[in-house]
Design a protein around this ligand. Structure first.
Ligand code: ADP
Ligand code: MG
Ligand code: ZN
Length: 498
């Protein structure tokens, strides 16, 4: 027995490492099998883009610049005679949904060039070096097939500032992109178009001359642009007596994508009513839905309902009394999306500059809801969180971006990073608080001084659930509002010791 035991234990000792190795090999093979495969994507030009110039509305400047590029690629001789070089890189930048991808597709359709579209995120690979290799391949193939356009969408995915320790692979990819961009001359008839949402985040090396030296800002459309975009997206839809300009007037600040969405929602509304044509009211409903969210079936109790009514009445009261604030277009206490109620303020015209006073007035309107709750019910609720977030953003930009604080006047502060001193941080916080307090006090003054009007607005709102512009004017016309001495409020604030 002891002998036998001795042999078998010897056996196990001899086999154990081999068995272990086998198990390890099996585990390794299984891991490999479950790992995501990265197949090299086939790079071939897409030419089936059906977007034409006419489909892109409103962004006139960007279109003009890009038409130039199309000309270059179509008639290279005409420009070469004069010694002009084809621009190498064009960067479209601007907020999401403004039509950057759309513009690039239109260029592809118009220029008789091969079009290679890639999203920058497709260069970001799990394994180091693959992204760079893919860029190299893309440029090689495009150059062989020139004239060609390379379109890199969402450039921020690789083009963000280098040097972050976690972004080794992205750095390599970006470096390769820079090398490739330096490596071809305008004579190659190759143009690189890139799109990015944020110019500030991009590596400065990308933006220097010889790389993406043409930067085209694609902004949200103005009134004319919005009208055109609405018309483009309603082409082929049976609209009946729809006033596109009126809708455009009510949609300042919305992007092309939002407007396209409104047109689609309007058609859906009409379809649900089993109508053959789309009417103005469908567009009104669609606008409300896109701006404020879906109507929800949440049932709220009576007390909550009156809190919401007073909250919205507070917003409305302040916007009606402050001349610089956009007029209230509609108030509703029918829950939509996340909101239990909402007040829709619509600007009469496009505005590009705002004064300090106007920004404070806007904060007064935002705080008016919470103030009304406080004054009437003696308690504040969670309903104001969205308002408070906006107030925070506005006061932050006022102090940090626009130099509208009290101590940090006329100084733009550096980006928020480690280079900002603790002291500066504290000053920003204090100033933000000061501006917010000022707005809060004004809202409080305004609500307290106009309590009868507030009550009347809230009561009408509770009765009707929705108040349109006309109703609001009627209610406000009945009770004479007490105009607030706004300047006095500001002066009182700025005297020290208050
Ligand atoms: P971006 O790339 O700037 O984020 P997109 O080009 O993808 O925006 O636009 C999204 C959609 O919005 C487009 O497919 C189009 O339907 C609509 N759109 C945006 N801007 C315009 C515009 N200027 N004209 C017409 N449609 C537009
Ligand atoms: Mg895009
Ligand atoms: Zn509110």
């Amino acid at each position: 027995m002891p002998l036998l035991l001795g042999i078998s234990s010897y056996d196990i000792q001899g086999w154990a490492p081999i068995v272990l190795m086998l198990i390890l090999v099996v585990i390794f093979a299984m891991t490999l099998k479950f790992m995501p495969r990265t197949k090299p994507q086939k790079i071939k030009p897409d030419s089936d883009s059906s977007v034409r110039w006419e489909d892109v509305a409103g962004v006139t400047e960007a279109k003009d610049e890009l038409k130039e590029v199309v000309d270059f690629l179509r008639h290279p001789k005409r420009f070469k005679k004069l010694g002009a070089r084809v621009p190498k890189g064009i960067l479209l930048h601007g907020p999401p949904g403004t039509g950057k991808t759309l513009l690039a597709k239109a260029v592809a359709h118009e220029a008789n060039a091969k079009f290679f579209a890639q999203s920058a995120s497709s260069f970001v690979e799990m394994f180091a070096g693959l992204g760079a290799a893919r860029i190299r391949r893309l440029f090689k193939i495009a150059r062989d097939q020139a004239p060609a356009i390379i379109f890199i969408d969402e450039l921020d995915a690789v083009g963000a500032t280098r040097g972050n320790q976690f972004s080794g692979e992205k750095d390599q990819t970006l470096n390769q992109l820079l090398v490739e961009m330096d490596g071809f001359e305008g004579a190659d008839n190759l143009v690189v178009i890139a799109a990015s949402n944020l110019l500030e985040k991009l590596d400065p090396a990308l933006l220097r001359p010889g790389r993406f030296d043409r930067q085209i800002l694609v902004t949200p459309p103005d009134l004319n642009g919005r009208t055109e975009i609405l018309e483009v997206h309603s082409k082929g839809k049976p609209c009946h007596e729809v006033d596109f300009e009126l809708i455009a007037r009510q949609t300042a600040g919305l992007t092309g994508a939002d407007l396209a969405n409104i047109c689609n929602e309007a058609a859906i509304f009409a379809g649900r009513q089993e109508r053959d044509v789309i009417l103005m009211e469908d567009f009104e409903d669609a606008l409300e839905r896109v701006v404020a969210g879906m109507q929800s079936r949440r049932v709220i109790n009576d007390h909550e309902k009156s809190v919401v009514a007073y909250h919205e009445a507070g917003h409305a009261l302040c916007s009606e009394l402050l001349p610089s604030v956009e007029k209230v277009h509609k108030i509703s206490i029918i829950p939509r999306g996340k909101a239990l109620g909402y007040t829709l303020n619509l600007p009469e015209e496009d505005r590009y500059l705002k004064s300090k006073e106007e920004l404070i007035d806007y904060m007064v309107v935002l705080l008016g809801g919470r103030v009304a709750e406080h004054v009437v019910f003696g308690a504040i609720t969670t309903g104001a969180s969205d308002d408070l977030r906006k107030v925070y953003d506005i006061s932050r930009s006022m102090v940090a971006d626009y130099g509208m604080g009290t101590q940090l006047n006329n100084r733009r502060l550096p980006a928020e990073d480690y280079s900002m001193s603790d002291n500066t941080r504290r000053i920003i916080d204090d100033e933000q608080q000061e501006l917010t307090d000022l707005a809060y006090r004004r809202a409080l003054d305004m609500v307290m001084a106009n309590r009868p009007l507030l009550d009347e607005l809230a009561r009408t709102l509770l009765d009707n659930e929705v108040l349109e512009r006309g109703d609001i004017e009627r209610v406000c016309g009945m009770k004479e509002p007490m105009a607030k001495p706004r300047i006095a409020a500001l002066e009182r604030h700025t005297t020290p010791g208050d």
